[in-house]
Design a protein around this ligand. Structure first.
Ligand SMILES: CC(C)(COP(=O)(O)OP(=O)(O)OC[C@H]1O[C@@H](n2cnc3c(N)ncnc32)[C@H](O)[C@@H]1OP(=O)(O)O)[C@@H](O)C(=O)NCCC(=O)NCCS
Length: 149
């Protein structure tokens, strides 16, 4: 599938809100998403024409990067969009001198776990009951990626 990866700005917020609400059981609010479009955060989007197919939000503090959010629209999943978004983030982080990248993912999110393993992330820990879930709480798997030599 043809798509283009580009940085996102606050002007894209309404499209992010729609995708976020469609994709997460406990989505970030519009206000939370807005706060992730500037400052120490940056966001990349996958576009086909005017349609936002997916996005990734990253945070950088000193030489550490954190993946905050990653979403791809349901009807275009398994087209390599998330992989390309993450590769774009890793490239940006590398250029910015980041050496370690961290993320947390729901222990039951097989698609995301497989994706991160595929890209070379390693599991480094487990936070018990970290996420709210429909039937109580769900563990978070902590993962890391090394950009250093
Ligand atoms: C996780 C998510 C972002 C993956 O997006 P995607 O664009 O479909 O992923 P890609 O097409 O780039 O997949 C790359 C690789 O990830 C793995 N993968 C992706 N989806 C998978 C699935 N449903 N089952 C198993 N492996 C999967 C595969 O290894 C895949 O490579 P392959 O297609 O060559 O086998 C998407 O499913 C999503 O938006 N889910 C809801 C939100 C979410 O869970 N975000 C992550 C929160 S941390």
């Amino acid at each position: 599938m043809m798509f283009e990866i580009k940085p996102l700005s606050i002007a894209d917020l309404p499209l992010l809100v729609v995708l976020e609400q469609q994709s997460h059981s406990h989505p970030m609010s519009e206000k939370q998403l807005a706060s992730c479009l500037g400052g120490r955060y940056f966001a990349m989007g996958a576009w086909r024409g005017e349609r936002l197919l997916g996005f990734a939000i990253a945070e950088t503090v000193m030489d550490e990067g954190t993946l905050i959010d990653l979403v791809v629209a349901t009807d275009v999943r398994r087209s390599g969009i998330a992989r390309r978004l993450l590769e774009a983030l890793l490239q940006r982080w590398q250029q910015a001198g980041v050496v370690s990248v961290f993320l947390e993912v729901r222990a039951g999110n097989q698609a995301a776990l497989q994706l991160y393993h595929d890209l070379g992330f390693n599991e480094i820990g487990l936070r018990r009951g970290y996420y709210p879930a429909a039937d109580g709480r769900e563990d978070a798997v902590q993962m890391a990626y090394s950009l250093g030599l």
